[in-house]
Structures are given as C-alpha cells and as structure tokens.
Design a protein around this ligand. Structure first.
Ligand code: SF4
Length: 240
C-alpha cells in the first residue's frame, strides 16, 4: 500500500453469508480500487490515486443488493448496545417495549434493523452479552458458576443451597453485601490470624471450610503449616 493510499471502511446492511461477500466483492472490483477486503457486514476499500466519489461506491453496493449503513443507524445501534450493557441486571429495562422507548425507535423497527445490521437478533445479543459478562467474571475473579444460572464464590461452594452470590442467567443479579464479605476475608480481617506468625505462609486457610465449621466466614481454617513447610522444604532439598 502506498504512503498516500486512502483506506475507508463501510458497514454494510443485508449481508448474511459467503455468497453475499462474493457478490459484493464482484461489484466493488469494477471500481478502480487498490485493494478490497469484504467481510459479512463490512467492506474495507483501499483507494489509489483515482478519486472515487461516494455515490459510485454506494451504487456498487446497491447493485450487489445491499446498503451502506448510515452514520445515524450506526450510532443508534451502538446506543442500543450500550443501553443493554448498562441494564444487564434489569430484565424489565430490557423488555423490547421499554428498550425501544429508551432509544426512541419503534419496537418493530428496532428489532428488524438490529437483526439486519448485526446478523443476530436483539434477544440473542442480550443473552450473549450476559453470558460474556459471566465469562468475564470467571476470568477476573475466582467466581464459579452452575448450570442453573447461579454465581458462587469458589468451586468448593458450587451447588450448595444458601451459598449463592447471585445469578448470571436469565438475569444478572449480584448479592453485593455477601460478595463484599468474601472479598474482604484475609489475615487482616480474621481476628485469630492478626497475631499469628504463620499468616504470610497460611493466608487464613480455606474460607469455605472455615464457614462450614464455624458458620462464620471471618474465622480461621488452621492447617499444620509448620509441618507442611518442613515436608515441602525437605522434599525439594532432598531432590537436589
Ligand atoms: S488460619 Fe490459623 S494458622 Fe493460618 S494464619 Fe490464621 S490463625 Fe494462623
């Protein structure tokens, strides 16, 4: 690509498969372009020295049976996506009638345009965004999830009644007070650990075991740390 090349990316409405990609590429190749990259819903064009007016590109897209998405439509779709992300835990706000009012588009038009442009229904987008949110939680924290849509603090508590910290499906709900207690549990918040000289090696033990034993998350799960350390050290040194 030469230094002066101009690259422009258009979002295209109405494409759904590899045949659409081929048809659009064929029409665009009639223009004097340096490079054409077409994907479903998108065309990236590299212009050479020749100036090609927008109308000419638009005609080529329309001849292939598609439409260039206007900036306004693009903006509206982004607005819908942002609204969904901000209201993941509010099922009422995500009802089509409420959502369409919030973004000032009729329910029919919203649902049709979204599917046409995004190649997935609005409902599928909402479900996918919720599942991605749960996956993100899983990556960023030690959270664990079960098949019925519940969130737990860790794998040791999965499936236990009363240990749920919220749900990720069908709605996202987090019990923030409970989550805070789990997140704050460490050797500085467990009274017995505060003065213990093993705290740096131990870390307070397993929170789930401590809670099962005492009913209190902020209690210690003491392990034979000294013996475990001795065993570990003698094992590593004897191997050298
Ligand atoms: S859990 Fe027990 S051994 Fe571990 S730091 Fe706390 S008091 Fe010490």
């Amino acid at each position: 690509m030469s230094y002066n090349s101009k690259v422009e990316t258009f979002r295209i409405k109405g494409m759904c498969c590899s045949r659409c990609v081929r048809a659009l590429k064929e029409e665009l190749s009639k223009l004097s372009l340096t490079k054409i990259t077409v994907r479903i819903g998108e065309a990236e064009l590299v212009y050479g020295k020749e100036i090609i007016p927008f109308e000419q590109t638009q005609n080529a897209v329309e001849d292939a049976g598609f439409e260039i998405m206007t900036l306004l439509q693009n903006k509206k779709i982004e607005e819908v996506k942002e609204y969904v992300r901000r209201h993941l835990s509010d099922s009422n706000a995500l009802r089509l009638s409420v959502l369409s009012r919030a973004v000032a588009v009729s329910p029919y038009h919203l649902s049709r345009t979204f599917s046409l442009i995004e190649k997935e229904t609005l409902q599928d987008f909402i479900i996918r965004t919720r599942v991605e949110y749960a996956a993100q939680l899983l990556r960023d924290t030690e959270r664990a999830f079960d098949g019925s849509g519940h969130i737990y603090a860790c794998t040791a508590t999965v499936g236990k009644n009363g240990e749920e910290l919220g749900t990720f499906y069908p709605t996202v709900n987090k019990a923030n007070d409970l989550i805070k207690v789990w997140e704050e549990r460490d050797v500085t918040t467990i009274p017995e650990c505060k003065g213990c000289n093993l705290q740096l090696a131990c870390g307070g033990g397993c929170a789930s075991i401590a809670k099962n034993r005492t009913g209190n998350l902020a209690s210690p799960d003491c392990r034979p740390i000294t013996q475990l350390l001795e065993m570990g050290i003698s094992h590593y040194f004897s191997e050298q």
